[in-house]
Write a protein of this length. Structure first.
Length: 278
């Protein structure tokens, strides 16, 4: 029998992904195309867009499952509060079940939060699975990604000048927590570039570390500052493993610290996770 907590977390996932209102997102894209002149307005399409644009709706629905933008275009980021997709959101849920169920000590930390969806889900999870002395650290520049500074990141410019869609300010993220009724003292915002903020993070133990920094520099800064604090048996989730720069940073970090590269468990086309050895 499905518990009320399970139903709540499932609905929370659907809300964070905006899965319930995909029709409206598709309507906005349709109207935008009409304004741009690439489509001609038809009230029948606007009224019943799911039927009139079956292929487009199917593509958008599939994109919410695997965390891809409609048309593979970031300008279609839409109105979801997370871009990670249902598969990675389900895996985050499973990882939380494991570290909490096994009593792995420590906080939950996400480095790179966008609109805050993953951290909002963590907060919802703790609401239905109360545990003492766990905090959620929401770490981000809240100004988008830094321009590439290291040679390893040459050619990968994801800064807000190029991709303003990736820059979400902290007040917007705080408001997103409030919309879900999940703002609390256990949620700690950490604003600034990772190289400046993460070495000073006020946590002694981390049960779950989620890295979503895309770049070599951001990934390396996160691992350098926080991996030692991950508890034995703790889980590390890497959202951007499909990006060469991110993979290289992970490999270089473990090689430089004379550790074996952990066995990565694949989630979908880009997400992976692993457990820190006990």
């Amino acid at each position: 029998m499905t518990s009320h907590g399970d139903l709540y977390l499932d609905l929370l996932k659907r809300s964070l992904l905006d899965s319930v209102y995909l029709d409206n997102e598709l309507r906005i894209i349709y109207l935008r195309n009409c304004i741009a002149g690439s489509e001609v307005f038809d009230p029948r399409v606007l009224h019943d867009i799911r039927r009139e644009r079956r292929d487009a709706y199917a593509e958008m629905k599939a994109g919410r499952a695997d965390g891809r933008f409609f048309g593979r275009d970031i300008r279609n980021a839409g109105y979801s509060h997370t871009m990670i997709g249902r598969a990675r959101l389900d895996m985050l849920h499973k990882c939380l079940d494991e570290v909490v169920g096994e009593g792995v000590p420590g906080d939950f930390v996400e480095c790179g939060v966008w609109r805050g969806g993953s951290c909002i889900f963590m907060a919802g999870y703790l609401k239905t699975n109360p545990t003492e002395n766990r905090r959620i650290f929401v770490a981000d520049s809240f100004e988008g990604l830094p321009p590439p500074r290291l040679p390893q990141d040459a050619g990968l410019d994801l800064s807000k000048i190029i991709y303003p869609e990736l820059a979400v300010d902290d007040e917007t993220v705080r408001e997103n927590f409030r919309v879900y009724g999940l703002e609390s003292e256990a949620v700690v915002f950490v604003k600034g570039w990772f190289k400046d903020t993460l070495p000073l993070l006020q946590t002694r133990e981390i049960a779950l570390l989620r890295l979503d920094g895309d770049l070599y520099e951001s990934t390396m800064d996160s691992l350098d500052a926080l991996y030692e604090k991950v508890s034995p048996g703790g889980i590390v989730i890497i959202d951007d493993y499909a990006i060469e720069q991110c993979r290289l940073a992970v490999a270089d970090y473990f090689a430089r610290t004379s550790r074996d590269l952990p066995q990565m468990h694949k989630v979908d086309w880009t997400g992976v996770w692993f457990r820190k050895a006990v």
